[in-house]
Design a protein. Structure first.
Ligand code: FAD
Length: 370
């Protein structure tokens, strides 16, 4: 007997789109679950906005309507991001929403009338799905074997005290994590190093980040740099620990012999800050139809980019699955009722994500009552 709770809607992502979807679903009396890989509402904004950035309540050109859910607009306009997140968090707590934090969405399967949404830990059964995971999808590590448990940002430096830790990536985000982690270990008198592995030979960091990192090294930070270090295999060792093996050097020993030097880290002590990609690979994996832009077909999308096919209400080519907000920006293809395709410019704004969510939930309500 299936005893799993069945939700009307599974919302993936607790950004402006996901939280707006929750507010609207609650208003309609639907039961829903929000699945968020981070630990706070608007985690995507927390991760991508610079500290102290002012949040603008921008309304797209040509739109006259105010913010469709006023409580989600920064008040006052140009509120620093930290205060905006506090505003949203208070709203979410007051609303009592069921948000499952720390759950990284992996897959959706349809069986009969229900979808099963899978995360790394759990499964959720839902009648409808709204994909509100934004546009900042972490790049795949591209290693053989399962490496999904590797963190993409530094949640808590304390978790790594006493353990050698590997930070992967050659940019500002990785450098920031290396400096923060090294500082935390130093203050805790922890002699274990922070390894900074970059697949390329060159690091690309801005002056401020380089200065912070330089200061950390000068005051005794224990940082080891691994250039040209390539993650190779994700595997489970004989003690059942998920490990990532990093190839650090290859030496041609002659006669067809190659000497390889590698390091292996438990995945829970690896943080991969290797950049982001758009959601097109996820849409493909879920079997949601997309069109590849070629000259003459798309005016907004870049040549070679893939644009998702959506109805006017943001339903994808798989009935019951909707995609909204940053995930479908900067453009998508609208499939109109008479079967015509129209390329739609879609601004990536808080306002737009909220409006999309309302439209999708209202469509779900109209379908549920049919
Ligand atoms: C630097 C910067 C400044 C900006 N400034 C403004 C501004 O001032 N005003 C404005 O209107 N807009 C601004 N924007 C745009 C605005 O932030 C986005 O349009 C908006 O956040 C999109 O909302 P969303 O809910 O679609 O996606 P997001 O905000 O990206 O939220 C997606 C959520 O899904 C979660 N998620 C992602 N993958 C998974 C997964 N696999 N499993 C579970 N959860 C997942 C993320 O952690 C995140 O919390 C700015 C954007 C940037 C990058």
């Amino acid at each position: 007997m299936n005893t799993m709770k069945i939700y009307d809607i599974g919302i993936v992502g607790a950004g402006p789109g996901g939280i707006a979807g929750a507010i609207r679903a609650k208003k309609h009396g639907l039961n829903f679950v929000v699945i968020e890989k981070g630990h706070r509402p608007f985690q995507g904004i927390i991760d991508s906005y610079p500290k102290g950035k002012k949040v603008y309540a921008t309304i797209p050109k040509g739109e006259t309507a105010p913010f469709p859910i006023e409580a989600l607009a920064p008040v006052p306009d140009k509120l620093p991001v930290e205060a905006y997140i506090d505003q949203i968090e208070a709203l979410v707590i007051k609303s009592g929403f069921a948000i499952c934090y720390g759950e990284d969405f992996q897959n959706i399967e349809k069986r009969g009338d229900f979808f099963t949404i899978t995360t790394q830990n759990r499964r959720f059964q839902t009648r409808f799905v709204i994909l509100a995971f934004g546009s900042n999808i972490p790049m795949d590590l591209g290693v053989y074997g399962e490496a999904k448990t590797i963190a993409r940002s530094l949640d808590n430096p304390e978790d790594h005290i006493g353990f050698p830790t590997l930070v992967l990536g050659g940019g500002n985000a990785a450098a920031d994590v290396v400096a923060t982690l090294s500082g935390a270990k130093r203050k805790a008198d922890d002699p274990t190093p922070v390894y900074w592995g970059n697949m390329k030979e060159q690091f690309k960091v801005n002056k401020d980040v380089a200065r912070d990192l330089g200061e950390e090294i000068l005051v005794g930070g224990h940082i080891r740099i691994l250039q040209g270090a390539i993650p190779r295999i994700g595997e489970v060792d004989e003690e059942g620990v998920d490990r990532l093996t990093l190839l650090t050097q290859e030496i041609d020993a002659g006669n067809g012999m190659i000497l390889k030097q590698a390091m292996s880290f438990p995945m829970k002590h690896v943080i991969a800050c290797i950049g982001t990609q758009g959601p097109a690979p996820i849409f493909s994996r879920l079997g949601l139809q997309q069109i590849t832009c070629t000259e003459g077909v798309c005016r907004i999308g870049k040549e070679g980019s893939r644009l998702i096919l959506l109805t006017g209400n943001f339903q994808t080519s798989v009935k019951g699955i909707y995609a909204i907000g940053g995930a479908v920006s900067p453009a998508y293809i609208e499939v109109q009722q008479e079967g015509a395709f129209k390329e739609r410019k879609h601004t990536n704004l808080i306002y737009t994500a909220i409006k999309d969510a309302i439209c999708a939930v209202d469509d779900i309500v109209s379908k549920s009552t049919q």
